[in-house]
Design a protein around this ligand. Structure first.
Ligand code: GDP
Ligand code: ZN
Length: 458
């Protein structure tokens, strides 16, 4: 797969019209193809310098556009190959025409993520950095973009390197004891190795634990509104959306329906779901759709139980509250604008209230600010002490987990005085898992899978 000889082309700016649209070429023929497009056989641009040129259709001689041309000479380019970027006017028709001409001249249409794949193959970046490019492009909020940028700068590899180093420091003496010592390792050595393994396992698991927050940053904190019909769930849903709807192009991994929308609360993505809307659509009189509500409750990171504060609590309210108790939740007491509203009545209703009570009015907007703050506080509650660096990628998390599991089983074997060979198996497994994160030991089918999630032109 990583055998590269041809020259690829793609439009690298998003679909649609714009001031500028960029066509990117990468590969050995990038410059010679550009010469044909410019009708300048001697065109020899200075690398990394922009210059303005006319582009022509080589068949008809017709002028297509004027474009700013930048040449990056191998290996000092994004992909590590010769790269030419043609910054044209952002007309989709024009850009497609230019790509078509380049294809006719012998370029090949780039696969999704192929520029980044070439960068990886040529050692311009490692796998976790390549993934960071995709995450940066897909980021829904500034906080998610910041994490992707840190990963792109190589921070994850920097954090993994000491793990690999300590692992090697354990492996090397074990290997040499295999070669030179007839007897078992002395007790002292075993204790030393075991202690070092414990430290290493602790560090790997600490890093893995940041995924709890990292996942939220990437996929959004899943916040679900529950409550009996007519308490005002949909009104609160809409009021929050009106204020904080995220600018979303597409949500990776989430189905888009009107019941779930992405909010952007101070840079934190929140996937807000209005549950009972589904059931209202089907049967208003039906009692709480227990199964569906249970699902929604189980899937949520935070529940907002909505109660109508202008009326006495009903049996249905109590039922919803008792279901919510299983999960992290807040209680929004709605309709604070109404005459009969009372927070006290809820407090004194005899039900066990173990969460924050927030008086809100979806109608006037009162209390929504406090509700936002509570949602954010529950996010902050899941933050940890990793110097702010977070694992945001499920693949990385999974590999860290596997590495620590392998080390744990190696440690058990050591304690049982198993042979060094057996212990080493676990240690090498862990080393391989760590290497898969940055790509040194990643199987090819996994690479294919990762790059298939990129967009064309990246
Ligand atoms: P849901 O069934 O829980 O989604 O409740 P809705 O959002 O559909 O609201 C039910 C009814 O309560 C509608 O007539 C809303 O206009 C009304 N409502 C919702 N929130 C408020 C509020 O804060 N104050 C008042 N006065 N009425 C509200
Ligand atoms: Zn509703």
């Amino acid at each position: 797969m990583l055998q590269i000889s041809d020259t690829i082309v793609a439009i690298s700016t998003p679909p649609g019209r714009g001031g500028i649209g960029i066509v990117r070429l990468s590969g050995p023929e990038s410059l010679s193809l550009t010469r044909k497009l410019l009708q300048k056989p001697d065109f020899q641009p200075e690398p990394n310098r922009v210059s303005l040129h006319r582009l022509y259709d080589p068949q008809t001689g017709e002028e297509l556009d004027r474009a700013l041309i930048t040449y990056f000479r191998a290996p000092r380019s994004f992909t590590g190959e010769d790269v030419v970027e043609l910054s044209c006017h952002g007309s989709p028709i024009l850009l497609l025409q230019i790509v078509d001409i380049l294809l006719q001249l012998g370029a090949r249409a780039a696969d999704p993520g192929e520029f980044t794949l070439r960068a990886l193959a040529n050692g311009r970046l490692n796998l976790s950095q390549a993934e960071a490019i995709r995450d940066l492009i897909d980021a829904q909020t500034t906080a998610a973009a910041r994490q992707a940028a840190r990963q792109l700068s190589g921070e994850l590899s920097t954090r993994l390197q000491p793990f690999k180093d300590s692992l090697l420091e354990i492996i090397v003496p074990l290997e040499s004891s295999l070669e030179f010592v007839e007897d078992d390792l002395p007790d002292l050595a075993i204790e030393g190795i075991s202690a070092r393994l414990s430290d290493l396992i602790g560090e790997i698991e600490d890093l893995a634990a940041t995924f709890r927050t990292g996942r939220l940053l990437k996929e959004g904190l899943r916040v679900t509104l529950i409550g009996r019909p007519n308490v005002g769930k949909s009104s609160i849903f809409n009021a929050l959306l009106k204020q904080d709807r995220a600018i979303v192009t597409e949500l990776p991994g989430t189905t888009r329906d009107s019941l779930s929308e992405m909010l952007n609360l101070d840079g934190i993505p929140v996937l807000l779901t209005d549950t009972a809307g589904m059931r209202e659509a089907t049967d208003r009189i039906e009692r709480i759709g227990i199964e569906r509500t249970k699902r929604a409750i189980a899937d949520a990171d935070l529940l907002i139980v909505v109660i109508d504060g202008s009326a006495p609590l009903t049996e249905e309210d109590r039922e919803v509250l008792s279901q919510a108790r299983e999960n992290r939740h807040l209680i929004a007491v709605n309709k604070s604008d109404l005459e009969g509203f009372s927070l006290e009545r809820v407090r004194e209703s005899g039900i066990e209230i173990d969460a924050e009570l927030i008086a809100v009015s979806a109608r006037t907007g009162d209390g929504l600010e406090a509700l936002r703050d509570e949602i954010l506080r529950s996010f902050a509650g899941s933050e940890d002490s990793s110097g702010g660096f977070l694992i945001t990628n499920a693949r990385h998390y999974d590999l860290l987990r596997r590495a620590s599991e392998s080390l744990r089983s190696a440690q058990d074997l050591i304690k049982q005085r198993a042979s060094e060979e057996l212990v080493l198996v676990g240690l090498y497994d862990a080393l391989r898992y760590l290497g898969e994160i940055t790509g040194e030991t990643t199987p090819e089918d996994i690479l294919d899978q990762i790059f298939s999630t990129f967009c064309i032109g990246k």
